[in-house]
Design a protein around this ligand. Structure first.
Ligand SMILES: *Cc1c(COP(=O)(O)O)cnc(C)c1O
Length: 391
């Protein structure tokens, strides 16, 4: 038997289930347009919610930091990679988020994967939302402690689990969830979660990957001032660049600097990235107008999709799923849209559960009304032609 046979088998299975993924090269043209194989497509699946990836100030400050500090940070923060710009950006972020302290990390994925094990021991209980992002799931697995998942956004179920385990000899309890869920665009009740965490003396950890930049006061997310112990966020989405952060108390920051392997044993973020983050943090609080536009367009698109008879689940944000069910249908709509000049990737298992395949539209403040009109017209045409039937 070939030592590669497990790879053949898995790829074959993916093909059989229409789940084989491939990488498609594109060239970004603007914040909302890409060139795919010589055709310009309107991009409705990027996380660049404010169009900051192409913003002149981000590019300019990235270039300035590149010039001043170099292309790389040369080492871990704890060796000689802690350039002064890191502390400045972290202070700025902490103050914007309303926390004592902040810490930048390489990526959101890495932050989630490393912070949960750093905060756990073998006797910890982690209670985690069913729909948490894969990076959180990886983090809970690496924590090698008891993990119980609560039904998505069901605080009653969360409380029940905490009550059932209140008498047990766990060393500590972590509640982990997201503020805006990545695949459904729905929102969790942070006040309620904070109350529950308080009542059960649990640490509350909230991932704000899709809220940072677009939700809450000054666009700084939904956890600000809510008593959430630790907020995690990414700079790769609405902030338009790369990297991630943890907002927390000074003590937790000290602890992570000492005890979090994914912070200690990795090269610090490259200086140009810190420059871009610095610029994004300078601009985002002043983008209320863009945020209003973003949410106005989201309401419009959601309503249009619902009027066509599709469900958008509990979405109330710039992330809008068209829940289709089976993979073929999601793929067929995605292909139809591409034919009509629209990039909207089908999301299917294992990213979402079986029977939960969907198109997930994500909007940007940079989309123009004409872009949205074209998308809605194309969806209408698809629906008129195929109804609920597969083409
Ligand atoms: C995208 C995402 C991450 C990962 O962040 P990156 O910086 O892209 O690695 C983490 N959590 C959630 C909920 C996400 O959607």
């Amino acid at each position: 038997m070939s030592k590669y046979s497990f790879i053949e088998t898995e790829l074959h299975n993916r093909d059989a289930q229409h789940q084989r993924r491939t990488l498609q090269p594109i060239i970004p043209k603007s914040a909302v347009e890409v060139d795919a194989g010589g055709r310009t497509l309107i991009n409705f699946c990027s996380n660049d919610y404010l169009g900051l990836s192409k913003h002149p100030l981000l590019k300019k400050r990235a270039a300035a930091f590149l010039e001043k500090y170099g292309a790389g940070s040369t080492a871990s923060r704890l060796i000689c990679g802690n350039f002064d710009c890191f502390d400045l950006v972290e202070k700025k972020l902490a103050s914007l988020k309303g926390y004592e302290a902040a810490l930048t990390m390489s990526t959101g994925f890495q932050a989630n994967m490393t912070i949960l094990p750093a905060l756990s021991d073998r006797n910890t209980l982690i209670v985690s939302d069913w729909l948490n992002h894969n990076s959180i799931i990886q983090g809970t697995l690496l924590s090698r402690c008891r993990v119980i998942r609560f039904r998505h956004n069901d605080t009653g179920h969360l409380k029940q689990i905490l009550q059932e385990n209140a008498g047990s000899a766990y060393s500590r309890t972590l509640i982990v969830t997201e503020s805006v869920f990545s695949m459904d665009g729905d929102v969790s009740d942070i006040d309620e979660l904070a109350d529950i965490a308080e009542a059960f003396n649990a640490l509350l950890i909230v991932d704000e990957a899709h809220a940072t930049g677009v939700m809450g006061q000054d666009g700084m997310g939904l956890t600000c001032g809510k008593g959430v112990d630790i907020t995690i966020g990414t700079f790769g989405k609405a902030c338009g660049c790369f990297g991630s952060y943890i907002a927390c108390s000074q003590k937790v920051r000290e602890y992570l600097i000492n005890c979090c392997p994914g912070f200690i044993y990795t090269t610090a973020l490259p200086p140009p990235v810190i420059g871009a983050i610095d610029a994004a943090l300078a601009i985002i609080p002043d983008m209320d107008e863009e945020r209003r536009e973003l949410h106005r367009k989201a309401d419009l698109l959601r309503k249009a999709i619902q009027d066509l008879g599709w469900s958008t689940g509990d979405s109330s944000t710039q992330i809008i799923p068209v829940l289709m069910g089976n993979e073929e249908e999601a793929l067929s709509l995605s292909a139809w849209l591409e034919k009509h000049g629209i990039l909207a990737t089908a999301i299917r298992p294992p990213t979402v559960a079986q029977g939960q395949s969907r198109i997930r539209f994500t909007l940007s403040a940079s989309h123009r009304d004409a872009h949205l009109d074209h998308l809605i017209a194309s969806l209408k045409e698809y629906k008129a032609r195929y109804g609920h039937q597969l083409p």
